[in-house]
Design a binder for this molecule. Structure first.
Ligand code: NDP
Length: 279
C-alpha cells in the first residue's frame, strides 16, 4: 500500500505562496487580508480560527477575527461592512450558525468567498467557470494529481453529499472525466459500490466506518474524515484494515486536511489577485 501523505505537497504549496505574497506586496503595496467572523462561542470554531491565523502569519497574509454573541443584526452589519471594505480581500463565516443567521453565508461577496460556499461560487463550479473552489474538494484533487493517480475513465465513488465536500469533489472528478457515483446515508448497497470503485473519496463524518474488507485491492482511497474520538483524530476509513487491502490511501492526520489548509491559503491569495486584477 502506498501512503498518500499530504505533508510534502502542503509544504510545496506553502513555499510558493510565501514567495508569491512577497511579490504581490511589493507590486501592489497591499497584502491579502482575511477576516474570520464567528457568531457564538463554539470552541472548535475558535480553535480552527487560531490555526488559520497561524497559517496566514506564516505566509504573510493579514488576519482579522471578529466574534459576536447575541447580536445577530450587528453580525450581519459587520459582514456587509467586510463585503465593501477594500482592505478586506477574503471572508470566512464560521459555522455552526443559529437559524436566524443561516442566510448570512449567502451574503458573502462571492469575490471574497474563499471557502467557495456561496451559491454563486458553487454555481460557477457547476458550469465549469473559474472560481474559488471549496478547499477540501480541491485538496482531494491535488493529492490525486500529485501522486499521478489516473482519473480519466475511472470509476470514482464519493461517499457523502455535502455542499462543501461531497458534491464539489464529485463535480471536480467529473471535470477530469471520471465516472462518478455519489453515495450517502440512503445508498442501498454501499459495499457493492465501494468494491467496484477505482477511486474512493470518503467524506462522511463517521470514524473508521469504511473497513478494509469493504474495499477493492486496486482502489485508491482519499479519506476526508476528521473525527475526534477520545482526543484522537480518526478518518472515515479504518486505516489499519484498509492499508492491508488497497493500493493507496491518505493518512489522517497528515493527508487531506494538511493540504486543505494550504489550498485555503491559496484561495485567499487568489481572491486578492482577482480583486486587484492580477492574473
Ligand atoms: P456532512 O455531515 O455535511 O455530510 C455527511 C455525509 O455523509 C452526508 O451526505 C450523509 O448522507 C453521509 N452519510 C452519513 N452516514 C452515512 C452512511 N452510514 N453511509 C453513507 N453515507 C453516510 O459532513 P461534511 O461533508 O461536512 O464532512 C464530512 C467529513 O469530512 C467530516 O468528518 C468532516 O469533519 C470532514 N471534513 C474534513 C475536512 C478536511 O479538510 N479534512 C474539511 C471538511 C470536512 P445524507 O446526505 O444522506 O445525510
Amino acid at each position: 500500500m502506498k501512503e498518500l501523505s499530504g505533508r510534502k505537497l502542503a509544504a510545496e504549496i506553502k513555499e510558493s505562496l510565501i514567495k508569491e505574497v512577497e511579490n504581490l506586496k511589493s507590486e501592489t503595496g497591499a497584502a491579502p487580508h482575511l477576516i474570520v467572523l464567528q457568531y457564538g462561542e463554539d470552541a472548535a470554531s475558535k480553535a480552527y480560527a487560531s490555526r488559520i491565523e497561524k497559517n496566514c502569519e506564516a505566509i504573510g497574509i493579514e488576519f482579522e477575527y471578529q466574534q459576536l454573541i447575541n447580536q445577530p443584526e450587528k453580525f450581519k452589519a459587520l459582514l456587509k461592512k467586510a463585503n465593501k471594505d477594500n482592505k478586506i480581500t477574503s471572508i470566512m463565516v464560521q459555522q455552526p450558525l443559529p437559524a436566524e443567521l443561516k442566510d448570512s453565508l449567502e451574503m458573502i461577496n462571492p469575490q471574497k468567498d474563499v471557502e467557495g460556499i456561496t451559491s454563486a461560487s458553487l454555481g460557477k463550479l457547476f458550469v465549469g467557470l473559474e472560481t474559488l473552489n471549496p478547499a477540501t474538494a480541491e485538496a482531494c484533487m491535488e493529492i490525486l494529481d500529485y501522486y499521478d493517480i489516473p482519473i480519466k475513465g475511472q470509476r470514482a465513488v464519493v461517499v457523502g453529499r455535502s455542499n462543501i465536500v461531497g458534491k464539489p469533489v464529485s463535480i471536480l472528478l467529473q471535470q477530469k472525466h471520471a465516472t462518478v457515483t455519489m453515495c450517502h446515508s440512503r445508498t442501498r448497497d454501499l459495499e457493492w459500490e465501494l468494491k467496484n470503485a477505482d477511486i474512493v473519496v470518503a467524506a462522511v463524518g463517521r470514524a473508521e466506518m469504511i473497513k478494509g474488507e469493504m474495499l477493492d485491492e486496486d482502489s485508491v482511497v482519499i479519506d476526508v474524515g476528521t473525527n475526534f474520538i477520545d482526543g484522537k483524530l480518526l478518518g472515515d476509513v479504518d486505516f489499519a484494515s484498509a492499508a492491508e487491502i488497497v493500493k493507496a490511501l491518505t493518512p489522517v492526520p497528515g493527508g487531506v486536511g494538511t493540504v486543505t489548509n494550504q489550498v485555503l491559503m491559496r484561495n485567499i491569495v487568489k481572491s486578492f489577485k482577482n480583486l486587484h486584477n492580477i492574473k
